[in-house]
Design a protein around this ligand. Sequence first.
Ligand code: 6PG
Length: 493
Amino acid sequence: MSGPVGDFGLIGLAVMGQNLILNAADNGFTVVAFNRTVSKVDHFLENEAKGKSIVGAHSIEEFCSKLKSPRRIMLLVMAGKPVDDFIETLLPHLEKGDIIIDGGNSHFPDTTRRTKYLDTKGIRFVGSGVSGGEEGARYGPSLMPGGNEEAWPFIKDVFQSIAAKSDGEPCCEWVGDEGAGHYVKMVHNGIEYGDMQLICEAYDIMKRALGMSNKEIGDVFTTWNKGVLDSFLIEITRDIMYFNDETDGQPLLEKILDSAGQKGTGKWTAINALDLGMPVTLIAESVLARCLSSIKGERTRASEKLQFVGRSTKFEGNKEQFLADLEQALYASKIISYAQGFMLMQEAAKEYKWKLNKPSIALMWRGGCIIRSVFLKDITDAYRTNPDLENLLFSDFFNKAIHTAQPGWRDVVSKTALLGIPTPCFSTALSWFDGYRTKDLPANLLQAQRDYFGAHTFKMKPEAANEKYPADTNIHVNWTGRGGNVSASTYQA
Ligand code: 6PG
């Protein structure tokens, strides 16, 4: 008996691809597997896939012929040109209504472009964020699909079956049109960068300010993982703290070169935030912290030339209290980071005309993904209670949390500044918070300066407007008596 047998096809047998196939097979789907280097297909079939409902294909033609209609094909190949190349290779073998899903970390404008392009060919394209690494892919990732919504009813069963579950709900929902799925995954990664940097700062403070050993720091993370910070990233950090180099029994962590890598998704988030004019300071700072770490040679030279000058080099105070404050500083900064991330997505929804659903985004991140945490349950609840919440900090829960955390947070930022220990993300979060809650910022002076040197104009505060300087009008003042009265044109970048 021949004919199409496959419910779902997957191209790309690297670690994520193989594990997603195994996951889908375990959930009752017959999966057709293909890889550009075909020997990998045979190896996979003879090993990991043996005895499972997985069939191999040795050419794109064979792959397509083995899939039931409408074909559901997922690409898990390197982002960029390989995705476009595979799309072109697939096209001659597809029929109208077939579905191509890109599960890589593609840049969202590429996904928007591909959705539109494939729509003209009658093919429904989906760009889906996939998070959770190897284990997530195997036992339940967080999936963030977006693109051509017509595809959703056809892929929903596979996606929601293989996705992680949180309190019985799948960590996968339709995100929105065009590149919305990859956009949300990009912001997820930006937040991941921020969470990781915040944890790194906490570790550095415990190590350098409090002189704690890795084992002691690991014990603190163990405790934190039972409270409000309970999350996958705290859990793995705890394990890293306890991990010793078997050659000498010393912590391996201390031997790892302090030069961070990055594949670009955090940077994309920061660039997009600048493009949309959104103050997403924490993610941007976490990207820049990686950049600073990576100029290790220059930092080493600077460490010899630039000395610490301050009143004290030693932590003074109650260590237990300080550790409790540190937990609050991390918690508060994390709240700020997520508040900023959701602000960005809110703005993106407006800008790109997507219907992003905040409660379901929080739900998708609750389980399976790298930033999964108990905290995301609170965010889900906050947005479920009020989906139109202007800012996460306005919800009763987070409003209370940020107020409770504030004294400890301020103490940590100020004490570490006095000790010369860098806290780019703790500090930027606090500065942002203080800026955000300030009604009158010194931008009045900035506007005056701009008008002074470039006649860029300013507007009056409505309550201070008068006949000479009316409200809601672009005003230029001849500050020196020398300049003319002509003002520059006004436009907003
Ligand atoms: C995930 C991760 C993953 C990402 C890595 C590496 O959600 O599973 O975000 O998609 O590729 O975290 O990112 P960097 O190399 O940029 O740190």
